[in-house]
Design a protein around this ligand. Structure first.
Ligand code: FE
Length: 186
C-alpha cells in the first residue's frame, strides 16, 4: 500500500528537497535525516522517536513554503521553530518537541558536558556560536523543565553522528511504517 496524506507529503518533501546540502557538511539533507533516524532505530527507539529523528531538520526543507512577505515574524525564524511548528500540525509533542529542542539540546550538552563540546564538527561549532553559545543557568533550568528533554538530547546526539559521507542506510520508504504508526496514534 502506498503512503497517503501527511506520510506521502513527507516522502515527497524529501524527494523534492532532500538533495540540498546539509549545513556545510559533506552529506545531503536526506542522507542526514536517514542517518539520524537509522541510529534512532538501532537504539530500539519508539516509532515516535524514530520519526522525530527523521524530521528534526524538516524546517530546512519547508523554508520555501513559508510566505515571509505575508508573515514577517517568520523572516528571522530559526529552522527548529519552523520545523516543529510544521510537525506539531501533524504529530504529537513527543515528535515536535525534540524537533523544537534539538538546537537547545546542543547548547545544553555543550554547557554540561565538556567531552561533547570536544566532539563537535567545525561546522557545528560555528553554528553553536550563531545559536547563542553555552547556556546560562536560567536556560539550563528551562531546558531541564521540558518534558521531552531526554528525547531531544538523544536526537541531538544522533544528529551529530549523522554526517558521514557515503554511509549506507535504509531508504526514506523504509521509514514509512514508523510514520504510519505515529499518524495512526494521533
Ligand atoms: Fe541535524
Amino acid at each position: 500500500m502506498s503512503p497517503v496524506g501527511i506520510v506521502a507529503e513527507i516522502v515527497e518533501l524529501f524527494a523534492q528537497k532532500g538533495g540540498s546540502n546539509y549545513g556545510g557538511e559533506a552529506v545531503s539533507q536526506l542522507e542526514h535525516a536517514l542517518q539520524t533516524a537509522t541510529q534512532a532505530r538501532a537504539a530500539n527507539s519508539s516509532s515516535a522517536l524514530v520519526c522525530a529523528a527523521l524530521l528534526h531538520d524538516v524546517g530546512h526543507l519547508i523554508e520555501d513554503e513559508t510566505d515571509a512577505a505575508r508573515d514577517p515574524i517568520l523572516l528571522d525564524d530559526q529552522h527548529e521553530d519552523k520545523g516543529s511548528r510544521w510537525v506539531s500540525h501533524h504529530f504529537s509533542a513527543a515528535i515536535s518537541d525534540p524537533v523544537r529542542l534539538h538546537v537547545a539540546a546542543k547548547r545544553y550538552l555543550c554547557t554540561v558536558d565538556a567531552e561533547y563540546l570536544d566532539c563537535l564538527s567545525p561546522a557545528s561549532l560555528q553554528s553553536l556560536r550563531e545559536q547563542g553559545g553555552k547556556m546560562s543557568a536560567e536556560e539550563i533550568a528551562e531546558f531541564e523543565s521540558e518534558p521531552n528533554r531526554d528525547a531531544a538530547v538523544l536526537v541531538r546526539k544522533w544528529d551529530d553522528n549523522g554526517k558521514t559521507p557515503g554511509r549506507v542506510t535504509p531508504a526514506i520508504h523504509d521509514f514509512v511504517p514508523d510514520l504510519e504508526v505515529v499518524v495512526a496514534a494521533e
